[in-house]
Design a protein around this ligand. Structure first.
Ligand code: PMV
Length: 334
């Protein structure tokens, strides 16, 4: 099964490549996984080995503006800068857009505004591709369901299928070869005093993409075979934590899940580590604060930055300990 087959399955007889409208504007929040997606069962369709669970970051994400233009190529602007068509970012986006149009077009002016660092392990591709499919749905007038849009977003980047909702979202791995059962679903848990702290240690592009790192881990890590069972246990714990509002269980499970994911990478060959010295120092600081009684946990993705998890009751303490922290309250705007 190829990506183009999935696109045909979803669009059916809906027009491919014929814009209904001249413009499409959309926003999608980024999401942080509390139980990670790590490893693909299909590398082309971004089908995961396991299910995963995330929290969306409210107003943090990507806004896109699509405009049909009379050109033979796309014009992409990212945070005010026109991108070179040969850049990796532009190539990835154009390849994705080509799934939905014919050789003759349409081509677009695409203005992307992201309020998170690109490719620094803050899930910029997740909100990027989710906002792009939302905008395409408008331009082409597809009228797709949000589930269908989630499947299309997954074809751009796996974690993007979780970025179509606010709040907690579960991505069911599914079993089908065409991935029609592999998409995000919102979990109906509100947690108004839940806080996330972003600690950005580097806004530099990551040295190794999550795609490469996943492949190497699945193929060359002795510890990877233990990962699916770990996810199964952690998903049960996280859902219990959500339904019982048990923050300790949520924090412990999320941090342990992230550390286990990174352990599978450390045991790959060649080894993979996304941590900077500062990342490790801050982890140790968090462990110390926790031993002194502060209920503070972290998670880390394919980059050096840490995302802190805590409740509003401890906001001032957390701010006092970490001067450069950016606080997100995922449920504040809902
Ligand atoms: O969707 P991708 O290819 O950017 O992979 C995301 C991988 C992690 O961020 C490390 C985990 C996750 O579930 O988001």
């Amino acid at each position: 099964v190829k990506k183009s087959d999935v696109v045909k399955l979803i669009l059916k007889n809906k027009y491919l490549g014929t814009p209904l409208k001249q413009t499409g504007v959309a926003f999608a929040p980024t999401n942080i996984a509390l139980c990670k997606y790590w490893g693909k069962r299909d590398n082309d369709l971004n089908l995961p080995v396991t299910s995963s669970l995330s929290i969306a970051l409210g107003k943090k994400g990507a806004k896109v503006n699509f405009q049909v233009i009379n050109e033979t190529h796309d014009l992409i602007t990212l945070n005010g800068e026109v991108l070179d068509v040969a850049s990796a970012f532009a190539q990835r986006l154009v390849t994705f857009l080509n799934l939905f149009r014919l050789k003759q077009g349409p081509y677009f002016s695409i203005i992307i505004e992201s309020n998170i660092p690109i490719a620094a392990g803050l899930a910029s591709s997740a909100c990027g591709f989710a906002s792009v499919v939302l905008a395409l749905n408008q331009v082409f007038g597809w009228n797709l369901t949000v589930t269908e849009l989630s499947i299309l977003a997954r074809l751009g980047s796996g974690s993007a299928c979780r970025s179509l909702w606010q709040g907690f979202v579960e991505w069911n791995a599914g079993q089908r070869a065409d991935g029609m059962d592999s998409y995000g679903q919102p979990l109906n848990f509100n947690w108004p005093d839940f806080c996330i702290g972003l600690l950005v240690m580097s806004e530099k592009e990551k040295h190794l993409s999550s795609r490469e790192a996943m492949l190497r881990t699945v193929n060359h890590s002795a510890l990877y075979s233990a990962w699916p069972a770990k996810v199964t246990t952690d998903l049960v714990k996280l859902k219990t934590a959500l339904s019982e509002k048990d923050f300790t269980l949520l924090g412990e499970t999320s941090e342990s899940n992230a550390m286990s994911m990174h352990a599978t990478m450390l045991s790959a060959w060649p080894p993979i580590s996304y941590a900077l010295p500062e990342t490790v120092m801050i982890m140790q600081k968090i462990w110390k604060l926790r031993s002194e009684g502060l209920p503070l946990y972290f998670t880390q993705d394919a980059g050096p930055n840490l995302k802190l998890l805590f409740l509003e009751a401890h906001l001032l303490q957390v701010k006092a300990e970490f001067s450069h922290i950016e606080i997100v309250k995922p449920f504040a705007h809902i």
